[in-house]
Design a protein around this ligand. Sequence first.
Ligand SMILES: Cc1cc2nc3c(=O)[nH]c(=O)nc-3n(C[C@H](O)[C@H](O)[C@H](O)COP(=O)(O)OP(=O)(O)OC[C@H]3O[C@@H](n4cnc5c(N)ncnc54)[C@H](O)[C@@H]3O)c2cc1C
Length: 421
Amino acid sequence: MESTTCLIAGGGPAGMILGLLLARAGIDVTVLEKHGDFLRDFRGDTVHPTTLELLDELGLREEFTKLPQRRLNSVAVPIGGHMRTLATFEHIPGRFKYIAMVPQWDLLDLLAQAADTEPTFRLRMSTEAIDLLREGGRIAGVRYRTEAGATGEIRADLTVACDGRTSTLRNAAGLRVRDRPTPFDVWWTRIPRNGTDPAGAVPVLTADRVAIMLDRGDYWQCAILIAKGSDSTVRHREPVTDIVRQMAAAVPWLADRVDAVRSWDEVKLLEVKLDRLERWHREGLLCLGDAAHAMSPVGGVGINLAVQDAVAAARILAPKLISGHLEESDLARVQRRRGMATTVVQGMQRVAHARVIAPAVSGKVNVSNFDDMPLALRVFRRIPVLRSLPPYLVARGVRAEHAPEFARRPVPPAPKVTKSR
Ligand SMILES: Cc1cc2nc3c(=O)[nH]c(=O)nc-3n(C[C@H](O)[C@H](O)[C@H](O)COP(=O)(O)OP(=O)(O)OC[C@H]3O[C@@H](n4cnc5c(N)ncnc54)[C@H](O)[C@@H]3O)c2cc1C
């Protein structure tokens, strides 16, 4: 049987950051990722100021700046023919006063390359964790299956479930989940992007549609919000071309591509979940990121939260893994450290669901006049102290985590620019 010190199931933001940090502490780490690459559409694209600071601390700034990216300095929504700024990041504390929009597969590739230079790091793609190994009452590793159908077992001192919101491992462990109802699901589709379009992210609010368009260079990745469970009644009954046509009512520059989405096959359904484990751990097992607390896409905060979980876990657990004295109380410390941040951010998402998204997806909002917008939006926009709160929570979260000393690397000096004569 194979063995490792820390087995991480899932190569998303939580799993890759944890793998990189533990490997930099010299700990033997194996990450299993069920897909053959990171190139999947459904991932969000936001890299928040606290993650940008972390990348700096890890010495990855230079590689990161080479990735294709846009900067989101503020969020404005077209209402009644005017762009209304809902949030601006220019006043938040810290060095980075913007959110970087980077295709998530590029970020994950960067983390994988950085981790690959560490001799104790192993990433096994196309390998799915399918069950937990148990030894007495303790979790002792995982059973896996490769894409080719081979199965095997890996023993580990610690198993970390970073396998996302449908986590196989948290289900296998029988951990209790507190589910929160959500009023919406998401249709995920693409619209071509022209060079003259604005850059960054464009929220869309019309009488028929609520959507957000994410700039991915030559196309817009569009998240179209629909009432929870309504996909099966609407799909195939309404013309698919209505989607972009209705968005163009608020975004006039889409008028030249209203037939961009021609088939329902181009429109994927993503079910939105919001939940949280009561206990993130069992002896030998810890859940992090969406596996511990599935996040709604509202505010685009789930990636940052998953990254921050991983940083806190690496800092608390690395010394214990090195000394061989890891106990369940150490895993509980990770939950104590990250639990409050999760509760606050999910609370913010629940308020936005109830006060803004539910009325918007049920068509109860008059989009032609800002004064008819949901009260929560009006209050937050008009009272200066409140206006700065959502951008702060979105951009920095509640408890920013910094790279532990063992994981830090100097930023390579910028190349000297020699003056031409
Ligand atoms: C429609 C939608 C849009 C979103 N947009 C944004 C956004 O713009 N910004 C933002 O911050 N958040 C967004 N979120 C939330 C965000 O996607 C998650 O909070 C975040 O990805 C959590 O990171 P993670 O590493 O915990 O899990 P994930 O990113 O889900 O990664 C889990 C990884 O584990 C792999 N995996 C799964 N099962 C197994 C297994 N059994 N064995 C091995 N590997 C496995 C998966 O392939 C995946 O690579 C969005 C969510 C939704 C639903």
